[in-house]
Ligand binder design. Structure first.
Ligand code: C2O
Ligand code: CU
Length: 465
């Protein structure tokens, strides 16, 4: 089952509405180191101001929520209040932060009940592009809009604000008029296949916005894939751009150049560097199928050509010691068209009837979802190497909480990939080995970021003591 993105229906409508230019979500810088973040129902049109409103959930009245902005090394206090009628919590994706502040309901905190508050201390050791999102029933809460960008500035911000552009991409499943489809939430067909896919693609909460940028300036385009399950693809060369960071962490310009397009999985980030010397419009395209314009940059006048491109300073992440690594295996099984032997859930081998009732269809090493014991437990500062064997018929976007890792082997062959990642794409039949130094004590989730897969079994955890 494939759901294709469609522009047919909305392109005419949105241009007829004469959508003005959009500068993107509001930026919330900490005042005295603190911000308020309120989860609440939001009525929002995904297809332009005059389009029909959808009943969504957002932060501070907006979808996506405000851009939270802080500086490397700082700690931001986020006073979270839950004004939804379901429990919620907030996770700071990609931040190698404090375990008790990680926001994972059921592992690092109790979910925040309706009407109650929780104060997060978000400590950011690394500069870069991150995001925050709900982490209580994430498959349901993130798809309704509970997410936003979290930007950690370098000690000297490398780009001026007008050249530093946040683009959060999300696909939404909408009806013929562009209203969010709530009826199909939790559809087992999605859970057992590729996850919930949408039929429109928004940038900063709206389809195909026009975003003003100056000419002659080096621009930093911070792309975030906030889709529940859709793997996007970006070809930076189409606009003359280069990749300067992945999952928040700087890469040497050019080092990430691959045979484009570059797959862009759920939860991943990709920062692009580009300069346009002429005024006019530049289309940004998603290229997993036939090229699809997701936003237009309106290049206006600038102040003349910037010479040297800014270089992002690296962050201090300890290098894994592969010789002395503690090795672990993770075999992915299950799902539609996949093999599955026995699947244990809540300590019990599932029967055919259980499968249907519990909605558990994926397993890691034959076990679905959370267990009282971690997948592994290691001492602080030990190197961990995990070999992930994808024996399913689907791709999965595996995410480690609290740590960035290197990909060190693919299908048994050592590779030297330039990037630190917090989420990587595992394709069917591939065996991938990742490694990191477990330098951050606590209980950390390790799961597929196709959020329906995570809910349907692909969630485990590890402990750093
Ligand atoms: Cu964005 Cu558990 O993660
Ligand atoms: Cu998955």
């Amino acid at each position: 089952m494939t759901i294709r993105l469609s522009r047919r229906r909305f392109l005419a409508a949105t241009s007829a509405l004469g959508l003005g230019s959009l500068t993107g979500p509001k930026v919330l810088a900490a005042e005295n180191g603190a911000v308020d973040l309120v989860a609440q129902p939001v009525s929002h049109s995904l297809v332009g101001e005059s389009g029909p409103a959808s009943d969504l959930w957002g932060y501070n009245g907006a979808v996506p929520g405000p851009v939270l902005r802080m500086r490397r090394g700082e700690t931001m206090t986020v006073r979270f209040r839950n004004e939804l009628d379901v429990p919620s919590s907030v996770h700071w994706h990609g931040i190698r932060g404090i375990n008790a502040m990680d926001g994972v309901a059921g592992l690092t905190q109790d979910p925040v009940p309706p009407g109650e508050s929780f104060e997060y201390q978000v400590k950011a050791p690394d500069a870069g592009t991150y995001w925050y999102h709900a982490h209580t029933n994430s498959w349901d809460q993130v798809v309704r809009g509970l997410y936003g960008a979290l930007i950690v500035d370098e000690p000297q911000p490398a780009f001026p604000p007008e050249a530093d552009i946040v683009l959060i991409l999300d696909d939404w499943r909408v009806d013929g008029e562009g209203r969010f489809d709530t009826a199909s939430l939790g559809n087992m067909m999605d859970w057992s296949h590729g996850g919930r896919l949408g039929n429109i693609l928004t940038v900063n909460g709206v389809t195909q916005p026009d975003i003003p940028v100056p000419s002659g300036a080096w621009l930093r385009l911070r792309l975030v894939n906030a889709c529940n399950a859709r793997i996007l693809a970006i070809d930076p060369a189409r606009i003359g751009a280069t990749v300067i960071a992945l999952d928040g962490q700087p890469v040497d310009p050019g080092a990430a150049a691959t045979n484009a397009p570059i797959p862009f999985a759920p939860a991943q980030r990709m920062d692009l560097l580009v300069r346009f010397d002429k005024t006019g419009s530049v289309a940004l395209e998603e290229v997993s199928g036939s090229p699809f314009v997701f936003t237009t940059l309106d290049v206006g006048s600038g102040t003349g050509a910037d010479a040297a491109a800014p270089i992002l300073p690296g962050n201090a992440i300890p290098a894994p010691d592969l010789q002395n690594a503690k090795a672990f295996d993770l075999v992915m099984e299950g799902g539609a068209m996949g093999q599955m032997g026995q699947l244990v859930y809540n300590g019990r081998v599932q029967t055919r009837v259980d499968f249907m009732q519990n909605g558990q269809v994926w397993g890691f090493n034959g076990v679905a979802n959370m267990t009282p014991d971690p997948l592994f437990s290691v001492g602080r500062n030990e190197t961990v190497a995990i070999t992930i064997d994808n024996r399913t018929a689907f791709a999965h976007a595996m995410h480690t909480h609290g740590h960035h890792f290197r990909i060190v082997e693919r299908n048994g062959t050592a590779v030297d990939e330039p990037a630190w990642r917090d989420t990587f794409l595992s394709v069917p039949g591939e065996v991938t080995r990742i490694a990191f130094v477990a330098d951050n004590p606590g209980k950390w989730l390790f799961h597929c970021h196709m959020l329906e897969h995570a809910a349907a079994g692909m969630t485990t955890w590890f402990e750093v003591t």
